[in-house]
Ligand binder design. Structure first.
Ligand SMILES: NC(=O)c1ccc[n+]([C@@H]2O[C@H](COP(=O)([O-])OP(=O)(O)OC[C@H]3O[C@@H](n4cnc5c(N)ncnc54)[C@H](OP(=O)(O)O)[C@@H]3O)[C@@H](O)[C@H]2O)c1
Length: 247
């Protein structure tokens, strides 16, 4: 099958493109650095020629809710309209488990907008809600780390390996549209502060972690809200195995 991956130079997009190619599919990689800008639509019609399915793994890094909603909204509208013109039969969106349970987070507001546009949109779709990735703790501490000190919210998560997310996206893309798929999570729950500590230790780096609910992640993300549903699909790679392989 000819499958396009939007965000193909990113963390999950690059792994998804590789997973699809490993299965013998023809992959079209899309990102701004590869000449396809979903914010404007530039390069999109050409990229989607002959494409049967699209996997959207793009990202927004703005901390402002209105900006993230606008960014993901523009990008998704351009993508879906171009898919309609190209006769794409399946749109697969990577989303976040528990996205409807969290208020006051800019990124989550943007993901909800993406989900709304996809599920109301003209192209048959699958949404994969994934839990936080195994590298999430390191990403989060990276946002505030200064002189060996970083803030971090004590989130309860059930993280999943990026490569496992990519494998499931590749599997879903070449199958029929599934609507909202079950949550995808890793094998077991983790405490985000502990994940950060173990990641830094494994990398031989020292850090002082300051737990707080006053940063990007507020108390609407406390408790069980980020954990997967009871019917979740559990991916095989544990945080420990991932850490051993990536540090
Ligand atoms: N991190 C987590 O724990 C987690 C958990 C669940 C779900 N997710 C979701 O996973 C998704 C992917 O995350 P990631 O970490 O893999 O992202 P990432 O590494 O930041 O990659 C984002 C990709 O999107 C491309 N992109 C961004 N804006 C674009 C535009 N306007 N036009 C074309 N391409 C564009 C980027 O390439 P260019 O810059 O070259 O355009 C890049 O290839 C996100 O939507 C996130 O919500 C993340």
């Amino acid at each position: 099958m000819r499958v396009a991956v939007a965000g193909a130079t990113g963390n999950i997009g690059s792994l998804t493109a590789a997973a699809l190619e490993e299965q013998g599919h023809d992959v079209v990689r899309m990102s701004r650095s590869l000449g396809v800008d979903l914010s404007t639509g530039a390069g999109l019609d050409r990229a989607l020629t002959g494409v049967e399915a699209v996997v959207d793994t793009t990202n927004s890094t703005s901390p402002e809710a209105a900006e993230v909603v606008r960014y993901f909204g523009d990008l998704t509208r351009h993508l879906l309209q171009a898919e309609l013109r190209a006769g794409v039969r399946h749109h697969v969106l990577l989303s976040i488990a528990g996205v409807d349970r969290v208020d006051g987070n800019a990124h989550y507001a943007g993901k909800r907008e993406q989900e709304r546009l996809v599920s109301d949109g003209p192209v048959p779709w699958t949404i994969l809600p994934a839990t936080q990735f195994h590298d999430f703790a390191e990403m989060v501490t990276g946002w505030t780390e200064t002189d060996g000190v970083a803030t971090i919210a004590p989130l309860l998560v059930q993280p999943v390996a990026p490569s496992d997310v990519a494998d499931v996206l590749a599997e879903l893309a070449v199958g029929p549209p599934r609507g909202r798929y079950v949550d995808l999570a890793g094998p077991g729950p983790q405490d985000l502060v502990d994940m950060a500590r173990r990641t830094y230790r494994a990398r031989g780096r020292s850090i002082t972690l300051v737990p707080t609910w006053s940063g990007v992640f507020g108390t609407s993300m406390a408790g069980n809200v980020l954990l997967p549903g009871d019917d979740a699909r559990l991916a095989p790679t544990s945080f420990e195995t991932w850490l051993a392989d990536h540090c």
